[in-house]
Design a protein around this ligand. Structure first.
Ligand code: PQQ
Length: 563
């Protein structure tokens, strides 16, 4: 697999060699063989079990090259599988130490392939490079200290020979950092902490050379020493815009959650960053939630897309935030073009100003414990809940309809602040919360949203929270999974549900499609888990009967139904 193969992945129909089905992450396939007329004939051709006692959340997006599928699973496992038959070619399981600290389940979101290697990140914050043919280890790098709360859950990305990943650990007060390695040798190339005050480095002949302090200097948007454990973990990784040669990546919540301990904007937490892939410099930033007090991580994917406005082409990028707002940015300079709510109800902000900065509702912020005699500050009811109007699971963009298909949730929380101090390897929140559904009959909402107007063109409600990724195709289809176990297909224009198949466990993975020998295939992993069952509050009632799993399902449209 070459970098050109990756640059063309969104056009190629016989492979899926990038997370995002294209480096820009649009998750749009030009295939039309499978379409609204024949999708009811889509049927399973094989299923592969991840096996063992290790189940939990399966959030991976598979990759396909030359008839071989590469898929990761919970507990830092990876398999190569024959894409025609589902037979295993090899498997590799990372040896995890006791004491790993992923906040939100033992998940992995996928691999990267490049050259003759396949790469993935582990829950003890290592990167592993394996030979694609044999599964043999080529190199293993420790990226960050798992005992401080670091882990890797993201799919890494390869940009022009550089293997780039973010790390998780925001709930433990780590310093969110982006790391780049030589994909061939595993040599470190650069590091970029995303919190103001920390030094970035480039490595020359194995030596760390200072490459500029993030944000210029410490103390501008953080009080005292709070920047030193400021969080902002870029735990979802990023996408690449070839037009501007930029890595677009988001950063998580500031640490701790109690925002009264850190008055100021707390750059660059809960932000989107444009990074130069060659050396990790920051080109521009956009902060969705300054002084975040609700755990509104800003990690969600930033998807590059072009649209026409009054005859000129706008080079835009779009992102749907946990905080309930959808943002359209100019991807050349990060300027705010427009933003609008995509969630039904938002209480923490009254809207956005002309620069996209939130207009805070002071009554929407949980109170300062220092103001009251009690340990607990005043509790508020906040919409959306901390798990977000949209969490990690990626949306898709259709080049035909011009719509974004957003997997979102309608829920709320009671949230209050508490005093807290930093201790290595311990939770660093300073907040308590309970999460509740916003409506009686549904939490999940798959939304089709027009990025030019903010209009919700259609919606599909689901009883349980939606936690799987979305894919769309030129066959006018939108696919996503449900915790109830279904992989479903919808009409991209009308939202009509056209097909569904129950995989036997909740689908929180992200579907892909490709063709082999003129037949169109669809694959998705199934296995209920992720953050929802861990942090569920009153949402637990909705999901209590869902069983765990660990299967890779593959479907196809038999050739006799293709026309
Ligand atoms: O701040 C962090 O480092 C961090 C990491 C992760 C992760 O790596 O999965 C999640 C979160 N935060 C988080 O806030 C969250 O809601 C979440 C949901 C999930 C999931 O996979 O279901 N991971 C994470």
């Amino acid at each position: 697999v070459t970098f050109d193969d990756m640059l063309n992945d969104h056009l190629a129909t016989d492979q899926v060699v990038t997370n995002g089905m294209g480096l820009h992450g649009q998750r749009y396939s030009p295939l039309t063989t499978l379409n609204t007329d024949n999708v009811h004939q889509l049927r399973p051709v094989w299923a592969f079990s991840f096996g063992g006692e290790k189940q939990r959340g399966q959030e991976s997006q598979p990759l396909v090259k030359d008839g071989v599928m590469y898929v990761t699973g919970s507990y830092s496992r990876i398999w190569a599988v024959d894409a025609y038959t589902g037979e295993q070619i090899w498997q590799y399981e990372a040896r995890l130490p006791d004491g790993i600290m992923p906040c939100c389940d033992v998940i992995n979101r996928g691999a990267a392939i490049y050259g003759d290697k396949v790469y993935f990140g582990t829950l003890d914050a290592r990167l592993v490079a394996l030979d694609r043919e044999t599964g043999r280890v080529q190199w293993i790098k420790r990226v960050a200290d798992y005992q401080a709360g670091h882990s890797i859950t993201a799919a890494p990305i390869v940009i022009d020979g550089k293997l780039i990943t973010g790390v998780a650990g925001g709930e433990f007060g780590v310093v969110g950092t982006i790391f780049a390695f030589d994909a061939e040798t595993g040599d470190e190339l650069w590091t970029r902490p995303v919190i103001e005050g920390h030094m970035g480095y480039v490595y020359e002949n194995g030596e760390a050379v200072e490459h500029g302090i993030t944000g210029g200097e410490a103390g501008q948007t953080w009080p005292g020493d709070m920047w030193q454990q400021g969080g902002g973990a870029p735990w979802l990784g990023g996408f690449y815009d070839a037009d501007t040669h930029t890595l677009l990546i988001g950063t998580g919540n500031p640490a701790p959650w109690n925002s009264h301990l850190r008055p100021g904007d707390n750059l660059y937490s809960s932000s989107r960053l444009a990074i130069v892939p060659d050396d990790g410099s920051i080109k521009w930033h956009f902060q969705a939630t300054p002084n975040d007090g609700w755990d509104y991580d800003g990690v969600n994917e930033v998807i590059s897309f072009d649209y026409e406005d009054n005859g000129s082409v706008i080079k835009a990028a779009a992102t749907a935030d946990r905080n309930g707002f959808f943002y359209v940015l100019n991807r050349e300079n990060g300027e705010f073009i427009r933003g609008f709510p995509f969630a039904d109800k938002i209480t923490w902000a009254e809207g956005l100003d002309e620069n996209g900065r939130p207009i805070f509702n002071p009554a929407g912020r949980p109170g300062n414990p220092a103001d009251v005699a009690d340990e607990r500050g005043e509790s508020v009811q906040a919409y959306p809940a901390f798990l977000g109007a949209k969490n990690w699971n990626p949306m898709a963009y259709s080049q035909d309809t011009g719509l974004f298909y957003i997997p979102s949730n309608e829920w709320m929380m009671d949230i209050w602040n508490e005093p807290v101090s930093y201790r290595k390897g311990a939770a660093y929140l300073g907040a308590g919360f309970t999460i509740r559904p916003a409506n009686d009959d549904y939490i999940g909402v798959l939304r089709a949203v027009d990025p030019r107007t903010g209009e919700e063109v259609w919606r599909h409600e689901n009883r349980a929270p939606l936690w799987g990724g979305v894919m769309t195709t030129a066959g006018n289809l939108v696919f996503t999974g449900t915790p109830e176990g279904y992989l479903k297909a919808f009409d991209a224009v009308t939202g009509e549900e056209l097909w569904g198949f129950n995989t036997g466990s909740g689908v929180v993975g992200t579907p892909i499609t490709w063709e082999m020998d003129g037949e169109q295939y669809v694959s998705v992993v199934s296995g209920w888990g992720g953050a929802v069952p861990l942090w569920g509050g009153e949402v637990a009632e909705v999901i209590k009967n869902f069983n765990q799993g660990g299967m890779l399902w593959t479907f196809k449209l038999p050739s006799e139904y293709a026309q």
